[in-house]
Structures are given as structure tokens and as C-alpha cells.
Unconditional design. Structure first.
Lengths: 329, 338
């Protein structure tokens, strides 16, 4: 599967990725709407503005984590450090809360800085020292989780009120702030995708050798990818903290598998070179909605993991089938 | 390459050049790791006078028991070109079934334990089938299996594991034969068995062939699908066995008992000189890597640091070890050696 998709990708990287993007996003948007209809059928109140805002608030951390993950996956890598960065940001915000809007800005910058630094370490290990991305990011994830445990031994602490209140609120009683944050990152990505960096990212993921031969500085692009992804994980940590309002040294762990599931659900090929961030956002939204639907159907929360795991496998199998069907034409 | 792995009979002896290369690499990695272990154990005396004694060597071997067995399974999966991230969940599966099922029903019924291993093997088989036939990347498949198994266990135990350790598990971990702890004896036996399997049987050869070049192996008539699934099954059985052993060692199971073993299991394999991309590496190297990591672990825990700090140090050491003890180093060492 991967071998053929590389060849197809190197021929017309941009067109191929655009086709995949629209196809993937279209599919996942459709699935989301069907699931949402089911949810509304079960819970008619789900159409109220506050319920929609709550759903978006729930989705934002995973959506951001999945966007960062997508960047790395597109460049044909895996980033497990997402769990560590989110836990780390969460405990920092809970143990050292800074009040007021100014404090929130500083907190955000701290989170982005933490994420970007971890990303820089990942990038250095993977791009410069040529380590396998899974091994390198598994190690940085565990180190970050260790640091999070040093900062906060057991769940506790309190995130500053401004972050917890305002970032989960609605602007003019309609637009959820968390949705705006996600939209902002998607917007930045749409701009970035058209730059040299964006094109190189897809080129590296499709065929690193070919990209290198056509003059792409693969080391720098790969490094930048991990740093950007880390910065986005930092934002995910911020949004998660706003959501939970408290600290937990293992708060990022559940997002690890889910971030990959969201990427795969969005139709981004795990073999790199294709896919997009918006599709991953919709993948994340579908996963969070699935949790709500399962809960309102009366399935014990013990078994949520089973459904998530099976959804992930199905999503990967299905997107693999679609890719192969698409290439046969 | 296709010809090299082509004939089954040749695989057993494997061309002259390759055998000599492997032996030399085996010697180098074993020697490097053994020297490091001795230096560490002696150096540990500076940390605390209680360390560096024979009893600490015994402790390292008993604790290393778990990691060595896990790394055998992980090593086979990596050798075949995959990766098993479901080890923590499968360890917990073995442990929980051993206590909440066997221990709660009839702790003396040792004959239930193979059934537990069978259930674990089944989990591995599902992972393998997903990787081979559904073409899910190994890393996603095993991670998904991991969360599925963990969630099933959470539901099965309702959040709190009950029951006691089966008698057989306690007997295996807590008794002595001829002055040696039984786990050490079992460990030596299993290491020999693992070494014979990986280096001296046709299955081992097949797995090397699949990991080196899957297309070549297919053309050469290796049962490729079976040889890709087999490592996952064996890895899951090893993890289940470690789960049972852990239960015997600590007299109980928790839902997170396997969590700390994932990174060390991968690290032992890579530190032992295997390529993380598959196709090369020896089990003896992996054993050395596991013992080295365990030695480090006992020294770090003797420092009396808090859990978080210990995690940071262990993670960093594994990272540095992964960086320093990579394949290239062994290649360089080999060229100097000759």
C-alpha cells in the first residue's frame, strides 16, 4: 500500500493531497452529521446553543492534539510526546496559576513554549540524529510525564479562574471561544500549507529521497514540523486545563491514542504524504461525539476504550481501502 | 539477498560471511553490555555500600526476569518488522486473569494458567491478523488492542481487581533450588530456549527473512503471513507469562501493573544491537540490554528518589542509551575490532 502511494504522491504531490483532503474531510463530515442526528434523536436538548458549546469545548483539546499529530504524520512520522506535553502544560497551569487576561496570555505563551521546546528535542532526535520517531518520542513522552509527576504528585491544584471561565465561555452568547482557538489554528495552517514549508512537508512525507533531490532541506522541514506540532500540543494542554480547571499529572495519556484515531478517522494516511488538519479536527469531533452517544445509550464508561479502539482499527482499515480504491482508477 | 534467504537448508547455516558477522556482533554487544554491567555494579558501591554485592546481583537477575522475557517477545516482533505497544495491557491481562479468575476460583489450580496464556496469545493473534490481513500499521494496531484490552479489563474487574495470586505463580517466584532463586533458574532456561528458537530453528530464520525483506522472503517460499503473526502471538504469551510472574512476585494485580514495561522492552532490544526496523539483531544482545537496564533501575531506585524524578532519569538514560548504542556503533566497533 505504502509503496504505491509514494509513487502516486511524488507524481503530483499537491493535487493528490488536495484530492485526499477533500475526499477525507467530506467523508468524515458526513459520518459526523449522521452521528449528530442520532445524538439529537436521543437527546433533543443537544441542539441548544449551550449544549453545542459544551460539545465544542469537549472537542477542542483533542482537536488541537490531533492537528499537531497530523503535521507529524503528514511528514511520515509519529509523535507520542503529545501525551507528555499536554500533561506537563496541565500541571504547570494548575500549580502556577497566573490570574487575569494578561496572566492567561502569559500562560498560553508558557504552554506554547513548553510544547515547542519538547518539539525541538523531538526534532533534534529525529531530524538531526536520525532516530526512529516512535522510539524518540516515546522516550520524550515518558520524560515529560516524569517531569509532570515531579511538579504535581497527585491530581490537584487549580487553574486560574480567568482561563477556566473565559476560554470555555461563548462570545456574544453564541460563538464558543474554544471553537475560535481551533479555527484560528486551522486558519494558520491553511496559510502555511501554501508556503514552501507546507509543500515541502507533503513532499517529504510522500518521498523523502525525491524531496531531498529536488532541493528541499529535509532536516530543517522535519525539525520545524516537530516544533510546530509541539506548540499546537501546548495549546491543547491549555484548552484541556481550561476544561478541567484542575491539574492531573496523567491528564494527557488518554489523548495519545485518540489523537491517532482522530488523524486516521480524518482520512490522513499513516504512511505520510497526504491528508489535512481540518479532516483531523472532524475526526476528533466524531470521536468525542461517539463518547456522548455511547454514554446517552447507557453503555458503561468502562467500555468506552473498546469502542474507541475498534473505531480506530475500522477507520484505518477503511481509509486504507479508500486509498487503494482511489489509486486503482 | 533473495537467493541468500532462498533455500531453507541454507537458512540454517546462512552463508559464511553473515554468520561470522553475526558472531562478531554478538560478541561485541555481549561484551560491551557485560562490561557496562560490571562497571555499574562496582560503581554502585559509591552510591551505597549495600550495593554491588552478590545479593544485589541476585536481585538484578530476579527483577531482570520480567524484562528479559518481555524483550524476547518484543524482540521477535521488532525483528519481523513490527512493534508491539500492547505489552502493558497484555501483562495486565495475564495478571488480572491469574488473580481475579484463577486466584479467586481455585488458587491451587495451576492447570488454569496455560489457559490464561492462551487468552493472551489470542490477543496477540488478533494484533497479528490486523497487521497482516487488515494492513493496519503495527503501531496503530497494537495500540488499539492495548486500549481495547485495558477497557475490557476495567469492565471485567469493575475497577478493582480481586483475588489472590495462584499458588504456582508464588512458588515460581518465591522459592529456591540449590541455593539459587527459582526465577533465576527459570530465566536461564528460558534464555537458552529463546536463543535456540531465534537463532537455531527454522522459525527464527523465517522471521529474520521476513524482517529483512518481506518480498524476497515471499518469493523464497517463506510462509510470510504466518511468520508475521507468530511473533505477535509469542510476544503476547510472553507478556501474559510476565503478568502471572509479577502477580506471584508481588502477591496481587493492579490495573496499571504493566505500564512501566513498554519503553524498557523496546529499549532492551535496541540497546542489544537490534535494528528497530527489523531484520537484524540477536536475542543474547537483547538479554544483555535488559540486564543492563535492570541494573540501572535498581541503582536509581536505591538513590531513594521520588517516582516522578526516577521516571525522568530512567527515560533520559534509555534515550541516551538508544542514541549511543545504536547499530552504527556496533558497526564501527566491529570495523575497529578486526
Amino acid at each position: 500500500m505504502s509503496a504505491t502511494s509514494i509513487e502516486a504522491g511524488s507524481n503530483s504531490v499537491v493535487r493528490n493531497s488536495l484530492v485526499k483532503l477533500t475526499k477525507g474531510a467530506g467523508l468524515i463530515v458526513g459520518i459526523y452529521l449522521i452521528l449528530y442526528a442520532l445524538y439529537v434523536y436521543q437527546q433533543p436538548r443537544a441542539l441548544s446553543a449551550s449544549a453545542i458549546a459544551a460539545l465544542i469545548n469537549n472537542t477542542a483539546p483533542l482537536a488541537l492534539a490531533a492537528m499537531g499529530q497530523t503535521l507529524v504524520v503528514v511528514s511520515r512520522g509519529f509523535d507520542l510526546s503529545v501525551a507528555g506535553v499536554i500533561s506537563l502544560c496541565n500541571v504547570v497551569l494548575a500549580v502556577y496559576p497566573i490570574g487575569g487576561p494578561g496572566g492567561a496570555l502569559v500562560s498560553m505563551l508558557i504552554c506554547v513554549a513548553i510544547g515547542a521546546s519538547v518539539g525541538a528535542v523531538n526534532g533534534w532526535l529525529v531530524a538531526v540524529l536520525r532516530m526512529q520517531s516512535i522510539a524518540a518520542t516515546l522516550a520524550t513522552m515518558i520524560i515529560c510525564q516524569g517531569i509532570a509527576l515531579v511538579i504535581l504528585k497527585a491530581p490537584g491544584g487549580a487553574v486560574s479562574n480567568w482561563i477556566a471561565d473565559e476560554l470555555t465561555d461563548r462570545l456574544w452568547k453564541t460563538i464558543p471561544v474554544s471553537g475560535l482557538v481551533v479555527a484560528a489554528v486551522v486558519g494558520i495552517w491553511l496559510l502555511l500549507r501554501r508556503t514552501d514549508f507546507g509543500l515541502s512537508l507533503y513532499a517529504i512525507g510522500a518521498d523523502e529521497q525525491a524531496a531531498k533531490l529536488s532541493g528541499v532541506n529535509t532536516t530543517r522541514v522535519r525539525f520545524t514540523t516537530f516544533v510546530l506540532a509541539g506548540a499546537v500540543y501546548g495549546l491543547a494542554g491549555l484548552m484541556l486545563s481550561a476544561q478541567t480547571a484542575t491539574g492531573n499529572p496523567t491528564s494527557g495519556t488518554p489523548l495519545l491514542l485518540l489523537s491517532f484515531a482522530a488523524v486516521a478517522l480524518g482520512g490522513t494516511s499513516l504512511a505520510g504524504g497526504g491528508g489535512g488538519l481540518f479532516a483531523s479536527v472532524m475526526g476528533a469531533a466524531t470521536l468525542m461525539l461517539l463518547q456522548k452517544v455511547l454514554f446517552s445509550s447507557g453503555v458503561s464508561s468502562f467500555y468506552t476504550g473498546m469502542f474507541q479502539g475498534m473505531t480506530l482499527i475500522l477507520a484505518v482499515v477503511f481509509s486504507g481501502l479508500l486509498t487503494r480504491l482511489g489509486e486503482r482508477k | 539477498m533473495a537467493q541468500d534467504v532462498g533455500q531453507d537448508t541454507n537458512l540454517a547455516q546462512s552463508g559464511d560471511t553473515r554468520t561470522s558477522a553475526r558472531v562478531s556482533r554478538e560478541t561485541i554487544s555481549a561484551a560491551t553490555v557485560a562490561i557496562l554491567c560490571v562497571v555499574l555494579l562496582l560503581g554502585a558501591r559509591f552510591v551505597s555500600p549495600a550495593l554491588g554485592s552478590w545479593s544485589q546481583v541476585e536481585t538484578v537477575l530476579v527483577l531482570g526476569f520480567f524484562l528479559v522475557i518481555l524483550s524476547f517477545g518484543q524482540g521477535l516482533v521488532i525483528l519481523s518488522g513490527g512493534l508491539d505497544l500492547s505489552l502493558p495491557a497484555t501483562i495486565t491481562l495475564g495478571g488480572i486473569l491469574a488473580t481475579s479468575w484463577v486466584g479467586a476460583e481455585n488458587p491451587a489450580a495451576w492447570y488454569y494458567l496455560p489457559v490464561v496464556l492462551g487468552v493472551c496469545g489470542l490477543v496477540g493473534m488478533v494484533s497479528g491478523i490486523g497487521v497482516v490481513w487488515l494492513r493496519v500499521p503495527p503501531f496503530i494496531m497494537t495500540m488499539a488492542m492495548s486500549i481495547i484490552v485495558a477497557s475490557a479489563l476495567l469492565g471485567y474487574t469493575k475497577g478493582t481487581p480481586r483475588g489472590a495470586a495462584p499458588d504456582a505463580a508464588v512458588a515460581m517466584m518465591k522459592s529456591h533450588i540449590l541455593g539459587l532463586p527459582v526465577p533465576v533458574v527459570v530465566l536461564i532456561g528460558l534464555v537458552l530456549l529463546g536463543w535456540v528458537f531465534q537463532s537455531r530453528t527454522i522459525f527464527g530464520r523465517y522471521i529474520y527473512a521476513v524482517g529483512t525483506n518481506i518480498e524476497a522472503a515471499r518469493i523464497a517460499g517463506v510462509p510470510v503471513a504466518a511468520m508475521q503473526i507468530l511473533p505477535y502471538v509469542l510476544s503476547a504469551i510472553c507478556a501474559g507469562f510476565v503478568g502471572i510472574a509479577l502477580v506471584g512476585y508481588s502477591n496481587g494485580a493492579t490495573l496499571r501493573m504493566g505500564d512501566g514495561y513498554l519503553l524498557p522492552s523496546i529499549a532492551s532490544v535496541v540497546i542489544g544491537g537490534s535494528s528497530i526496523l527489523g531484520g537484524s539483531g540477536t536475542f543474547l544482545g537483547t538479554v544483555g540490554g535488559a540486564i543492563l537496564l535492570t541494573t540501572l533501575g535498581t541503582i536509581i531506585s536505591a538513590l531513594g528518589l521520588e517516582f516522578g524524578l526516577r521516571t525522568v532519569i530512567e527515560g533520559s538514560i534509555v534515550l541516551i542509551a538508544l542514541l549511543l548504542l545504536r547499530e552504527e556503533l556496533f558497526q564501527k566497533l566491529r570495523s575497529v575490532w578486526r
